[in-house]
Design a protein around this ligand. Structure first.
Ligand SMILES: O=C(O)[C@H](O)[C@@H](O)[C@H](O)[C@H](O)CO
Ligand SMILES: [Zn+2]
Length: 337
């Protein structure tokens, strides 16, 4: 089954990033990192609402308490969308004034994980080994998991919550760690996928209902689907722009894969060739049926354990997603505070 690629938010995001499907608003939340904007786009109305930030904004995620948690410059901030005010929750990398947050995501227990990097001179050109990976707990304490990161990027968790997947872009690979959901600690770092010729730089990623990773390929003009157990690429979906930055599942039944892109660093000639650079795309279709039961079983196991998560489906699937927290009625992919 082929995948349909549609340009849904025609924008010139400098660095469109960090898409998150916001269940409550049935909207896509995403940032423009260097454009210093947080967007909320509603596919049903095609309305886009925007908050402007003072510094580069690496990510924004919904909070269970309402409002949003954002990574702006070198701070975790709380954003109140109505008043558009941002207050500081915690500061990081205080010894590294040239650093900023990049990608961040909510873990299946409601913590926030996010990494940092040095400011780029131009895309992927930056002082190396300056970044770290952090998490922010419910009590607002910050944990530094490791440092020596070149360009902290995509992250997600396996369906059983036992594995944490991570991308430091300039390793050109996807890595895995053992994950302890109770403590939020990681161990046993190893590589699970090495980018191949033409795939560019691995950027954001998300996991699907079959425990497969969808990796955005910056300068690769595609997303790839990777089986992290086998370390192989299963699929490639090409897009009409080169700078693909991240992806997430969303839509009514999490059947759509939303993909963000960037145009920062492109020449005028390149821009003319790729007029949709910086837009958000939607990928629909691409999976056969027959896997509903498998997914349902996993969902049930997950609910029985009281687990929460934000994992969704492959493009075209119409199964219920774990993003519906059937236990509490709360919608997930929001931090638990
Ligand atoms: O989107 C991000 O994660 C970074 O902030 C961007 O600057 C680029 O993606 C990066 O340059 C590509 O490696
Ligand atoms: Zn990124």
């Amino acid at each position: 089954m082929s995948v349909k690629v549609e340009c849904v938010v025609k924008d010139r995001c400098e660095i469109g990033e960090g898409p998150v499907w916001e269940e409550k608003k049935q909207s896509l939340l995403f940032v423009d990192i260097s454009g210093k904007k947080i967007h909320s786009w509603n596919p049903a109305t095609n309305q886009k609402d925007t908050v402007i930030t003072e510094k580069f904004v690496g990510f924004a995620v919904p909070r269970q308490s309402g409002c949003y948690l954002i990574g702006e410059g070198r701070r975790f901030g709380a954003l109140d969308w109505e008043s558009k005010s941002i207050s500081t929750i915690a500061l990081i990398d205080e010894d590294k004034p040239n650093n900023r947050f990049n990608d961040g995501k909510v873990d299946p227990a409601g913590r926030l994980f996010a990494g940092t990097m040095a400011m780029e001179e131009r895309p992927a050109v930056l002082e190396l080994k300056q970044g770290s990976l952090f998490s922010l707990n419910k009590d607002h304490s910050v944990v530094k998991h490791f440092d020596q990161v070149d360009l902290s990027n995509g992250l997600d968790w396996s369906l059983d919550h036992k594995t944490f997947y991570y991308i430091d872009s300039l390793t050109y690979s996807v890595e895995a760690f053992n994950y302890d959901i109770n403590s939020g600690s990681i161990s046993n770092r190893r590589m699970v996928y090495k980018m191949e010729e033409g795939e560019g730089i691995p950027d954001g990623m998300c996991i699907d209902a079959d425990d497969r990773l969808w990796v955005a390929c910056y300068n690769g003009g595609r997303v790839i689907c990777v089986d992290p157990q086998k370390g192989v690429r299963l699929r490639t979906v090409k897009l009409p722009v080169d700078k693909i930055t991240s992806c997430c599942f969303g839509g009514k039944e999490y059947s759509d894969l939303y993909v963000t892109s960037a145009c920062m660093g492109m020449s005028e000639a390149e821009m003319a060739k790729q007029p949709q650079a910086g837009s958000v795309f939607k990928l629909v279709g691409g999976h056969g049926g027959g896997r509903r039961d498998g997914w349902k079983r996993r969902l049930d196991v997950s609910i029985a354990r009281g687990a929460v998560g934000h994992v969704a489906l492959g493009p075209g699937d119409t199964r219920q997603s774990r993003q519906h927290d059937l236990l509490s009625g709360h919608m997930l992919s929001c931090v638990e505070f």
